[in-house]
Design a protein around this ligand. Structure first.
Ligand SMILES: [Zn+2]
Ligand SMILES: [Zn+2]
Length: 279
């Protein structure tokens, strides 16, 4: 990325630029990256297969209709919120700068890759083919960059994946702990769960660990008003410009409410910037 002064005047050529990943006059944001599409589909397939194994091998054999129905509802509610957050993260413009963007009052540099004048803290993504405002990272599991306009949805995705995984681990672990407490186990007892239960256990454990790590990293970056890249490699954005509380409200919305937990609600700032995704 070059300083704006080095390239002033070339943006009118860049206005005609298109990339193979983002077509012209796009009304719905979607990144045509084969690897990302496979990873996003794999995410959905893992959640659906977990639901199938949970119902078939854990809840139905329990022979307790109230237990089975109640946990089926809880699991599907959490999984639904996780998948909706995933969909919103994937299909929301993360904060792209229009191709060939002309200079404005907030312009600080010029991107030589997409020929756009860009504001501060904007980073180019070679997979999306665009400069993204406050670009945190490109996540193949959601097939999109995580930027200032979809970070709330990504945060909710990691939260609900973590809660879904924790719920499954509780369902798997409580019967084992109960039988252990009742003295049904001794030193010579062995455990050999059937393959579907083993698959579900590993999936839930991996889901919980990965979601927990990502959720903590995202919270940390939001509280400090930094992107992951800035936290790891740069020190140019000073801390303490806003309080931690102001930083989380900038991402989730101006007033604390249940809407913070809803993947269907977008903060006002995002709605204001939606016009960029038709570039
Ligand atoms: Zn760029
Ligand atoms: Zn990207």
């Amino acid at each position: 990325m070059l300083s704006w002064g080095q390239k002033r005047g070339t943006s009118e050529h860049g206005a005609k630029l298109e990339t193979p990943l983002q077509g012209p006059k796009q009304h719905c944001w979607f990144v045509w990256d084969p690897v990302g599409i496979v990873c996003a589909m794999a995410t959905w397939a893992l959640v659906v297969s977990a639901a199938w194994v949970l119902i078939r091998d854990l809840l139905i054999p329990s022979n307790n209709i109230f237990y089975a129905v109640a946990n089926c509802v809880v699991f599907h509610l959490l999984a639904f919120l996780a998948l909706m957050s995933h969909l919103r993260t994937m299909l929301t413009d993360p904060g792209s700068v229009p191709l060939g963007n002309p200079p404005g009052p907030d312009t600080v540099s010029y991107c030589a890759l997409c020929l756009s004048a860009v504001p501060e803290r904007t980073y180019h993504c070679i997979i999306c083919g665009r400069c993204i405002r406050k670009n945190d990272h490109h996540c193949p599991w959601v097939n999109n960059c995580v930027g200032e306009d979809n970070q709330k949805h990504f945060l909710l995705f990691t939260l609900y994946v973590g809660l879904t995984s924790a719920h499954v681990l509780l369902l798997l672990g409580i019967p084992i702990l109960r039988s252990h407490a009742q003295g049904e186990w001794n030193a010579s007892s062995t455990v050999s769960p059937p393959s579907p239960i083993l698959f579900l256990s590993l999936l839930a454990l991996m889901g919980l660990l990965l979601a927990f790590v990502m959720f903590c990293i995202q919270l940390c970056t939001i509280f400090r008003d930094k992107t992951t890249t800035e936290m790891l490699y740069q020190n140019k954005h000073s801390q303490g410009r806003r309080s931690m509380w102001a930083n989380i409200k900038a991402i989730c919305g101006p007033r604390i409410s249940l809407a913070w937990l809803s993947p269907f609600h977008s903060p006002e700032r995002h709605k204001a910037s939606e016009r960029h995704d038709t570039a």
